[in-house]
Design a protein around this ligand. Structure first.
Ligand code: PLP
Length: 420
């Protein structure tokens, strides 16, 4: 039969990333297209040990296998409080300010569900996380892209668009953004927190990558800049920022566990939205994360994985400098998983992708990460000369080989441009 899907999903045929992943199943393909944490850093032995301990304890085993509370597994939120404080977030955080999520991505969905009606505008830094843009579409929200420079969101364009569009939300990835790897300086975060209070919109601060910093100093979260007139952390209905993070990149994405931090009334609303989605995050995943934190595995495992990420990023930057054409301008992040590149000449990364695959190297073309900019720049057309490269899941040797292959493909196209 001809299915009559909802208008929200009718136009969606699967994200570009998913389509590309189908192409990437051949082992000879060197893939810079994904966004997976390094497979060899997953803590398999510790999780095996912890899972055995959980099921060796009859009381805990029964708790894990039973229904649980929407807000979180007993004892887990308390353990998160010190982690949350490390992002500079206030002294008054309590259980009622925290909701355990089935991955940080669920927090994005719940924030949209809680605040966005059909036709409402959400501002995003252009380019931004494709998953957020897709989820917003499913709720018939409208994304408008804000300009960015090398340090992230452009504050003048942001304020102009706040005045013009009166957004419900601003979606921000201030640490090692997906797709760009950019990090916002503290001053911009502080200004964003002030703008949210002045113009009364919510900020979704998405921070899955902040702990994957392998060089430079950590920058306090946007939420940490929410202060009252006496400089004390805001703790009440004046709060405009909801901070969302995840264990996907620091422990395991397969456990699907993240958390949201915000004003208690907002967290309550998100919990109501979560009840309709999955009732609660898997008890087994939460119990594993809880013991993982209790057994002090969290920090040492991150420390162990950072040199791996640093080595792979350094290998990719080296290979880019060696093999990519001089017209390729790129970021050089201090953490996270991604390098973003832009050609200073009209090279079409959408069209060239097929040739790259023929040479056994894959990237993601940048167009998919753009929202309309509200000034005639349409999604799908903006960023035709851009691409995202992921370095976390290939060895330095394969990174060199793959970037060399990409360099040859792009140099050929740029030479052809010169002859036109
Ligand atoms: C910026 C950003 N936010 C959220 C997510 C979702 O992560 P998860 O739901 O696994 O925590 C991702 C995943 O890649 C991401 O890149």
């Amino acid at each position: 039969m001809a299915y009559t899907f909802s208008t929200a999903l009718a136009g969606m045929t699967g994200t570009a990333t998913r389509d590309i992943f189908r192409l990437l199943s051949r082992p000879e393909i060197i893939s810079f297209a994904g966004g997976l944490p390094a497979g060899d850093c997953l803590p398999i032995a510790q999780i095996r040990e912890i899972t055995a301990e959980i099921f060796a304890d009859p009381k805990e085993a029964a708790r894990v296998l039973q229904y649980g509370q929407t807000e979180g597994y007993p004892g887990l939120r308390e353990l998160l409080i010190p982690l949350i404080k490390e992002a500079g977030i206030g002294g008054l955080i309590d259980n009622e300010n925290i909701l355990i999520l089935s991955g940080g991505g669920q927090g994005l969905d719940l924030m949209i569900k809680a605040f966005v009606n059909a036709g409402d505008v959400v501002l995003v830094e252009n380019p931004t996380f494709l998953g957020f843009l897709e989820t917003l579409k499913a709720y018939n929200g409208v994304s408008i892209g804000v300009k960015a420079d090398r340090d992230g969101i452009n504050l003048e364009d942001l304020e102009a668009k706040i005045k013009k569009y009166k957004p419900k939300l601003l979606y921000a990835i201030p640490n090692f953004s997906n797709p760009t790897g950019k990090t916002w300086p503290a001053e911009r975060r502080k200004t964003v927190a002030a703008l949210a209070a002045k113009y009364n919109f919510m900020v979704v601060e998405d921070d899955p990558y902040g702990r994957l910093r392998f060089s430079g100093d950590a920058v306090p979260s946007i939420k940490s800049f929410e202060k009252d007139l006496n400089g004390k952390d805001l703790h009440g209905p004046e709060e405009h920022v909801v901070y969302i993070s995840s264990f996907s990149k620091t422990v395991s994405p397969g456990l699907r566990t993240g958390f949201a931090v915000g004003n208690a009334a907002v967290i309550r609303k998100l919990a109501i939205g979560k009840q309709g989605a999955d009732l609660h995050t898997s008890n087994l995943s939460q119990a594993i994360i809880k013991r993982y934190l209790e057994k002090q595995y969290f920090y040492p495992n991150i420390e162990k994985s950072l040199p791996v990420y640093r080595e792979r990023k350094t290998a990719m930057i080296g290979a880019i400098q060696k093999y990519m054409p001089g017209e390729f301008v790129h970021t050089n992040p201090d953490g996270g998983l991604f390098i973003w590149g832009e050609f200073s000449v009209p090279v079409n990364t959408v069209e060239i992708f097929k040739e790259a695959i023929e040479q056994n190297a894959a990237y993601i073309n940048g167009t998919v990460f753009y929202a309309d900019d509200g000034e005639g720049g349409k999604a799908g057309v903006l960023g035709a000369n851009t691409l995202r490269l992921n370095y976390s899941n290939e060895s330095p040797e394969r990174i060199e080989k793959g970037v060399k292959a990409l360099g040859e493909v792009f140099k050929k196209h740029i030479t052809a441009l010169g002859k036109k």
